[in-house]
Design a protein around this ligand. Structure first.
Ligand SMILES: Nc1nc2c(c(=O)[nH]1)N=C([C@H](O)[C@H](O)COP(=O)(O)OP(=O)(O)OP(=O)(O)O)CN2
Length: 163
Protein backbone atom coordinates (compact mmCIF):
# COMPACT_ATOMS: atom_id res chain seq x y z
CA UNK A 1 0.00 0.00 0.00
CA UNK A 2 1.69 3.27 -1.05
CA UNK A 3 2.14 5.99 1.52
CA UNK A 4 -1.03 8.06 1.32
CA UNK A 5 -1.65 11.69 2.22
CA UNK A 6 -4.89 13.63 2.02
CA UNK A 7 -5.55 17.36 2.01
CA UNK A 8 -8.56 19.57 1.49
CA UNK A 9 -8.38 23.01 -0.10
CA UNK A 10 -10.90 25.83 0.19
CA UNK A 11 -10.83 29.02 -1.82
CA UNK A 12 -13.97 30.96 -2.66
CA UNK A 13 -14.62 34.31 -4.29
CA UNK A 14 -16.14 35.45 -1.02
CA UNK A 15 -13.16 34.54 1.18
CA UNK A 16 -12.01 38.11 0.66
CA UNK A 17 -11.42 41.19 2.72
CA UNK A 18 -11.06 44.74 1.47
CA UNK A 19 -8.85 46.37 4.05
CA UNK A 20 -6.53 49.29 4.61
CA UNK A 21 -3.01 48.92 5.92
CA UNK A 22 0.53 50.20 5.81
CA UNK A 23 3.73 48.36 6.67
CA UNK A 24 7.12 49.38 7.96
CA UNK A 25 10.15 47.99 6.16
CA UNK A 26 13.94 48.32 5.77
CA UNK A 27 14.42 49.62 9.26
CA UNK A 28 13.04 53.13 9.23
CA UNK A 29 10.58 53.21 6.35
CA UNK A 30 6.83 53.34 6.72
CA UNK A 31 4.80 53.20 3.53
CA UNK A 32 1.77 55.32 2.84
CA UNK A 33 -1.66 54.13 3.84
CA UNK A 34 -3.38 52.08 1.14
CA UNK A 35 -5.67 49.11 0.72
CA UNK A 36 -6.13 45.81 -1.00
CA UNK A 37 -8.82 43.38 -1.95
CA UNK A 38 -7.20 40.46 -0.18
CA UNK A 39 -8.21 36.88 -0.91
CA UNK A 40 -7.61 33.89 1.36
CA UNK A 41 -7.12 30.24 0.44
CA UNK A 42 -6.79 27.42 2.98
CA UNK A 43 -5.42 23.89 2.78
CA UNK A 44 -5.54 21.32 5.56
CA UNK A 45 -3.50 18.10 5.53
CA UNK A 46 -4.62 15.21 7.68
CA UNK A 47 -5.83 11.67 8.08
CA UNK A 48 -9.37 10.69 7.13
CA UNK A 49 -11.95 10.71 9.91
CA UNK A 50 -15.00 8.50 10.35
CA UNK A 51 -16.64 10.40 7.48
CA UNK A 52 -13.66 9.66 5.24
CA UNK A 53 -12.80 13.30 5.02
CA UNK A 54 -9.84 15.29 6.36
CA UNK A 55 -12.13 18.03 7.67
CA UNK A 56 -15.57 19.07 6.50
CA UNK A 57 -14.62 21.67 3.95
CA UNK A 58 -18.01 23.36 4.28
CA UNK A 59 -17.23 23.98 7.95
CA UNK A 60 -13.67 25.04 7.05
CA UNK A 61 -15.08 27.44 4.44
CA UNK A 62 -17.47 28.96 6.98
CA UNK A 63 -14.76 29.22 9.67
CA UNK A 64 -12.54 31.06 7.20
CA UNK A 65 -15.32 33.34 6.06
CA UNK A 66 -16.05 34.31 9.68
CA UNK A 67 -12.43 35.49 9.97
CA UNK A 68 -12.21 37.27 6.60
CA UNK A 69 -15.53 39.00 7.37
CA UNK A 70 -13.99 40.37 10.60
CA UNK A 71 -11.17 41.92 8.55
CA UNK A 72 -13.34 43.21 5.73
CA UNK A 73 -13.81 46.98 5.39
CA UNK A 74 -11.48 47.62 8.30
CA UNK A 75 -8.15 49.34 8.82
CA UNK A 76 -5.67 46.64 9.86
CA UNK A 77 -3.29 47.80 12.60
CA UNK A 78 -0.40 45.89 14.24
CA UNK A 79 -0.52 45.57 18.04
CA UNK A 80 3.06 44.27 18.23
CA UNK A 81 4.98 46.65 15.98
CA UNK A 82 8.20 48.03 17.51
CA UNK A 83 7.75 51.13 15.31
CA UNK A 84 4.03 51.86 15.07
CA UNK A 85 2.26 52.72 18.30
CA UNK A 86 -1.50 52.21 18.43
CA UNK A 87 -3.54 53.75 21.25
CA UNK A 88 -7.16 54.63 21.97
CA UNK A 89 -7.91 58.35 22.01
CA UNK A 90 -11.60 58.84 22.81
CA UNK A 91 -13.76 57.11 20.18
CA UNK A 92 -10.76 56.67 17.87
CA UNK A 93 -7.63 54.59 17.55
CA UNK A 94 -4.53 56.59 16.73
CA UNK A 95 -1.51 54.99 15.04
CA UNK A 96 1.75 56.89 15.36
CA UNK A 97 5.06 56.49 13.48
CA UNK A 98 7.59 59.18 14.25
CA UNK A 99 5.85 62.51 13.66
CA UNK A 100 3.15 60.93 11.45
CA UNK A 101 -0.15 59.84 12.88
CA UNK A 102 -3.39 58.39 11.61
CA UNK A 103 -6.69 58.47 13.46
CA UNK A 104 -9.56 56.07 12.76
CA UNK A 105 -12.93 55.39 14.38
CA UNK A 106 -12.22 52.42 16.63
CA UNK A 107 -15.05 50.32 15.18
CA UNK A 108 -13.53 50.68 11.71
CA UNK A 109 -10.23 49.08 12.79
CA UNK A 110 -8.93 45.65 13.66
CA UNK A 111 -5.86 45.62 15.89
CA UNK A 112 -4.07 42.34 15.19
CA UNK A 113 -1.54 40.49 17.40
CA UNK A 114 1.18 40.85 14.77
CA UNK A 115 4.29 43.01 14.29
CA UNK A 116 3.53 44.18 10.73
CA UNK A 117 0.48 43.87 8.49
CA UNK A 118 2.36 41.96 5.81
CA UNK A 119 0.56 39.25 3.87
CA UNK A 120 2.77 36.67 5.58
CA UNK A 121 1.69 37.68 9.06
CA UNK A 122 -1.95 38.06 8.02
CA UNK A 123 -1.76 34.50 6.67
CA UNK A 124 -0.29 33.20 9.94
CA UNK A 125 -2.94 35.07 11.95
CA UNK A 126 -5.73 33.45 9.90
CA UNK A 127 -4.09 30.00 10.19
CA UNK A 128 -3.78 30.31 13.97
CA UNK A 129 -7.38 31.50 14.27
CA UNK A 130 -8.52 28.49 12.21
CA UNK A 131 -6.60 26.08 14.46
CA UNK A 132 -8.29 27.68 17.47
CA UNK A 133 -11.70 27.28 15.79
CA UNK A 134 -10.98 23.62 15.05
CA UNK A 135 -9.97 23.03 18.67
CA UNK A 136 -13.15 24.76 19.88
CA UNK A 137 -15.18 22.33 17.75
CA UNK A 138 -13.33 19.41 19.27
CA UNK A 139 -11.69 18.46 15.99
CA UNK A 140 -8.42 16.57 16.24
CA UNK A 141 -5.41 18.59 15.16
CA UNK A 142 -4.58 18.32 11.44
CA UNK A 143 -1.12 17.34 10.24
CA UNK A 144 -0.65 20.78 8.71
CA UNK A 145 -2.55 23.86 7.68
CA UNK A 146 -1.55 26.27 4.92
CA UNK A 147 -3.08 29.70 4.40
CA UNK A 148 -2.36 31.84 1.39
CA UNK A 149 -3.20 35.53 1.46
CA UNK A 150 -3.25 37.18 -1.95
CA UNK A 151 -2.83 40.95 -1.77
CA UNK A 152 -3.71 41.52 -5.39
CA UNK A 153 -3.56 39.45 -8.57
CA UNK A 154 -0.33 37.53 -8.74
CA UNK A 155 1.03 38.73 -5.40
CA UNK A 156 0.55 36.51 -2.36
CA UNK A 157 2.21 35.02 0.69
CA UNK A 158 1.64 31.63 2.28
CA UNK A 159 2.23 30.21 5.73
CA UNK A 160 2.35 26.50 6.63
CA UNK A 161 1.85 25.44 10.24
CA UNK A 162 3.10 21.86 10.73
CA UNK A 163 1.66 20.22 13.82
N1 LIG B 1 6.61 39.72 0.94
C1 LIG B 1 5.90 40.85 1.01
N2 LIG B 1 6.28 41.95 0.33
C2 LIG B 1 5.55 43.09 0.41
C3 LIG B 1 4.37 43.14 1.17
C4 LIG B 1 3.97 41.96 1.89
O1 LIG B 1 2.96 41.95 2.59
N3 LIG B 1 4.76 40.85 1.77
N4 LIG B 1 3.63 44.28 1.23
C5 LIG B 1 4.01 45.38 0.55
C6 LIG B 1 3.23 46.64 0.67
O2 LIG B 1 2.46 46.67 1.84
C7 LIG B 1 2.19 46.90 -0.37
O3 LIG B 1 1.10 46.05 -0.10
C8 LIG B 1 2.51 46.70 -1.77
O4 LIG B 1 1.31 47.16 -2.41
P1 LIG B 1 1.21 47.22 -3.93
O5 LIG B 1 0.03 48.07 -4.25
O6 LIG B 1 1.28 45.88 -4.51
O7 LIG B 1 2.52 47.97 -4.33
P2 LIG B 1 2.67 48.80 -5.61
O8 LIG B 1 1.83 50.04 -5.44
O9 LIG B 1 4.13 48.98 -5.89
O10 LIG B 1 2.10 47.86 -6.76
P3 LIG B 1 1.01 48.24 -7.83
O11 LIG B 1 0.90 47.01 -8.67
O12 LIG B 1 1.56 49.44 -8.56
O13 LIG B 1 -0.25 48.56 -7.06
C9 LIG B 1 5.24 45.41 -0.23
N5 LIG B 1 5.95 44.17 -0.25
Amino acid sequence: MPATRFKVRVTKDYLVFSSGHFITFDGDHCERIHGHNYRAAVEVDGDLDANSYVVDFIALRDMTRAITDELDHRMLLPAESPLIRVAAEGPNLVARYGDRFWSFPSDECVVLPIANTTSELLARYIAERLLDAMKERGWSAPRAIRVEVEECFGQSAEVELIL
